[in-house]
Design a protein around this ligand. Structure first.
Ligand SMILES: Nc1nc2c(ncn2[C@@H]2O[C@H](COP(=O)(O)OP(=O)(O)OP(=O)(O)O)[C@@H](O)[C@H]2O)c(=O)[nH]1
Ligand SMILES: [Mg+2]
Length: 296
């Protein structure tokens, strides 16, 4: 038998907010790396998730949903999207049964010009009504130059194996880019902050999740326990009151839910302390954004 060549490459997941990009990446890699919520603009960074096999290494990147920037924060989020257009071997363009190309025509143009093979993934087909998938397929094939169209349901893991096969067919021969033990490029404390951010997205309404950022001040790993001190930053003191809630109840709930999720994620006992601070208008301020790790 001839020796198989090793394949490796970057597969970048892009699309509008809320179409299910993070849900899909987690299903493909089999780990809950990216946070998920029913609200748009949940993901704010480029997050790598790696699949390692003897014969291949696929480096996925989950990215923030594509949008027209309204805040300085959005510009940073979109720069992660543009960066991931540049180093992709394969683009997974994810949409669902409901999204249109409104506001993202220029990025689609850039993808069409890029020469990178595009797999068009139509998600949430578990919600499909008669004829809807056909109509959506026609709509998107007129807009994006895709090599193939893959209808899926990420939440039901339906047809996601086909995505892997289509990727492997297009992955270049290359030695691995990362150690075969690696699962992501982000440090552990990043995931601790994301887990808290997810619980905030799930528990608060309107502007609160969008006005919030989480910073991990301390992350001490001991043999049997990880001790974490997190600061939840909001933009105004009125929001601080909402996050804490009556008698501290709301913040306590966030603490409990986050700790439980972290214990699953890190596989260790967690001691978590959370504090709330005001960092006025951090979403509009370049220096404050830099401090929070948006330094593109
Ligand atoms: N019915 C259905 N819902 C889905 C499916 N995939 C994702 N969702 C839901 O869609 C919502 C958004 O999912 P996310 O994975 O956070 O979407 P995203 O594209 O990463 O969103 P941003 O990070 O905001 O850009 C969540 O409520 C998911 O549970 C699916 O296949 N079917
Ligand atoms: Mg996301």
């Amino acid at each position: 038998m001839t020796e198989q060549t090793h394949k490796a490459g970057f597969v970048n997941i892009i699309g509008k907010p809320n179409v299910g990009k993070s849900t899909l990446m987690n299903v493909l890699i089999g780990e809950r790396l990216s946070i998920i919520s029913s609200k748009a603009q949940t993901t704010r960074h480029r997050i790598m998730g790696i699949i390692n096999d003897d014969n291949y290494q696929i480096v996925f990147s989950d990215t923030p949903g594509m949008l027209k920037p309204k805040y300085e924060l959005h510009k940073n989020m979109m720069s992660f999207v543009h960066m991931s257009l540049e180093d992709a071997d394969v683009i997974l363009f994810v949409t669902d049964l409901f999204e249109t190309d409104e506001e993202i025509e220029d990025v689609i143009e850039k993808i069409n010009q890029s020469g990178v093979p595009v797999l068009l993934v139509i998600n949430k087909i578990d919600l499909s009504k008669e004829g809807q998938l056909d109509a959506v397929t026609v709509y998107w094939t007129q807009r994006i130059k895709a090599e193939t169209i893959i209808p899926i349901s990420a939440t039901e893991s339906f047809n996601t194996e086909r995505i892997l096969q289509e990727i492997l067919d297009r992955l270049p021969s290359h030695p691995p880019f990362y150690d075969k033990e690696e699962l992501t490029d982000k440090p552990e404390r990043f995931f601790a902050s994301e887990i808290i951010r997810e619980k905030i997205f799930l528990n608060y309404k309107k502007e609160i999740p969008y006005s919030t950022e989480v910073a991990i001040e301390d992350f001490y790993e001991e043999e049997k326990i990880i001790r974490i001190r997190a600061i939840i930053y909001v933009e105004r003191s009125s929001q601080k009151g909402i996050i804490i809630g009556e008698g501290g109840k709301a913040l306590k709930r966030i603490g409990i839910q986050s700790r439980e999720e972290m214990e699953k994620f890190f596989g260790k006992k967690i001691f978590l302390e959370t504090y709330v601070k005001v960092e006025e208008d951090w979403r509009k301020n370049k220096n404050k954004l830099k401090k929070f790790g948006y330094d593109q």
